[in-house]
Design a protein around this ligand. Structure first.
Ligand SMILES: Cc1cc2nc3c(=O)[nH]c(=O)nc-3n(C[C@H](O)[C@H](O)[C@H](O)COP(=O)(O)O)c2cc1C
Length: 205
């Protein structure tokens, strides 16, 4: 069982990293393999809307998105951690996720998703909703905790003092492991649910 932890912050040792490390400890205690991707310090531009990925299954911009597609395909769960910038998830992470999800044509259903947001003070709820939408358009169940997944801190090291935030992400990791195990059993016993044929209604008269 594998989890991919995506750090959207440009800081490798900041508060987002601290929240993800807290989850990683739980995953490893539970025997779940972890891969941490540091995305926020990379040069990631947004989607060009060229739609070439529809033919190739790759993004025309050959960067960390193409490099990490296999990690996404192979994982049973994905955690995305975002620092909040202007009450949204930071732009680098959103650019990465937009291009990764759009250009990856494999079946993402029943991979478990979770998002963790980190801020000094405001905007976590909006960023949390924004990030969960990548999962909920992809047939990915979203793991939850005893509070929305928010950790507070301004400077590196601050997050460790947010006891409630850290407890929230630890519990999130445990719930995620439970869901991944349950889904693995259900897949074995019942297989994946039947899909509807794709019918895109673009609201053009
Ligand atoms: C460009 C920028 C915008 C920010 N906007 C917000 C914001 O809207 N709300 C907030 O509470 N904190 C904001 N912050 C503070 C960060 O969210 C905070 O420092 C967080 O701990 C950063 O996480 P990191 O240490 O993982 O990078 C902003 C920081 C930067 C650099």
């Amino acid at each position: 069982m594998k989890v991919l932890l995506v750090n959207g912050s440009p800081r490798g040792n900041g508060n987002t990293a601290a929240a993800l490390q807290e989850m990683q400890k739980v995953f490893e205690e539970e025997g779940v393999e972890c891969k941490v991707l540091h995305v926020g310090n990379k040069d990631v531009r947004g989607c060009l809307a060229c739609n070439r990925c529809g033919q190739t299954g790759q993004c025309v911009i050959d960067d960390i998105v193409n490099e990490t597609r296999k990690d996404f395909e192979e994982c049973d769960g994905m955690v995305v951690g975002a620092p909040v910038y202007y009450a949204s998830a930071n732009a680098t992470l959103v650019a990465y996720l937009t291009r990764l999800f759009y250009s990856s044509k494999f079946d993402k259903r029943m991979k478990v998703g979770a998002s963790v947001t980190v801020a000094r003070r405001g905007g976590c709820a909006a960023a949390f909703d924004e990030l969960n939408k990548f999962f909920t358009i992809s047939g990915m169940p979203v793991a939850s905790s005893r509070y929305w997944n928010m950790v507070y801190g301004m400077n590196p090291g601050d997050a460790a003092q947010d006891e409630e935030g850290m407890a929230t992400v630890r519990e999130l990791a445990r719930n995620m492991v439970f869901l991944m195990k349950g889904i693995a059993l259900a897949k074995e016993q019942y297989g994946l649910p039947e899909r509807e044929p794709r019918k895109a209604t673009n609201f053009i008269r």
